[in-house]
Design a protein around this ligand. Sequence first.
Ligand SMILES: C[S@@+](CC[C@H](N)C(=O)[O-])C[C@H]1O[C@@H](n2cnc3c(N)ncnc32)[C@H](O)[C@@H]1O
Length: 209
Amino acid sequence: MSDELRFHDDTITPNGPWTTFGATTAGRGPLEYFHSAMEYVDGNDAKGRQAIDLGCGGGADSRALLARGWKVLAVDAEPGSERLLTAGLSPERRARLEITIGAFHEVKLVPADLVYAQFSLPFAGEHFEQSVRAALGSVTEGGAFVGQLFGTHDDWVAEEGAVVVDHLWVEKSLRDFAHVDIDERQYDAPYGTANQTRHFHFFHIRARR
Ligand SMILES: C[S@@+](CC[C@H](N)C(=O)[O-])C[C@H]1O[C@@H](n2cnc3c(N)ncnc32)[C@H](O)[C@@H]1O
């Protein structure tokens, strides 16, 4: 099974709180999107470069970043993320991890070589644009943003009120970036414990300043 499908097979309560999502995804390995980010920023041996994991959830990606030598600022509104993130972490990795619990538009971000926002920013509601601006604004010269934003047809839009964008909106938001790669994807895939099919529609975005 591909990494991409593994994401949709996680045991998620579709309309449940993010607490459930974090707890049930904490133990998974990094997904295809993460590997795509590492390839984009040559990030598998980061030697102390700074990353932000925006909407870190259960912390799987923060842990994967730490394992590759990154310093990580992990951000999430869910207080439970802190416990999930730090469980079993070695002192050396813990020393490279900073955790901020709070909303995207309120937290203080640091200048970062990589801002990684895996399926998180669309859930910022009325603060979406402000949150995206803050995320992009923290990318340093030569640094990168990698993340996903939803298109109109994604089931998460109706189920969780996720914010929708289109290709032009993404392009305009990234006009200050030197290189932009926008991969629009749309497909049905199995999802959740009941293995029901749901519709995915999102932009996998990689952009270098
Ligand atoms: C779909 S989950 C993705 C989690 C993780 N990035 C992953 O891919 O497994 C969305 C995450 O964003 C967080 N989140 C949603 N809205 C947020 C906001 N406005 N500020 C901070 N975190 C938020 C949720 O708590 C949740 O952990």
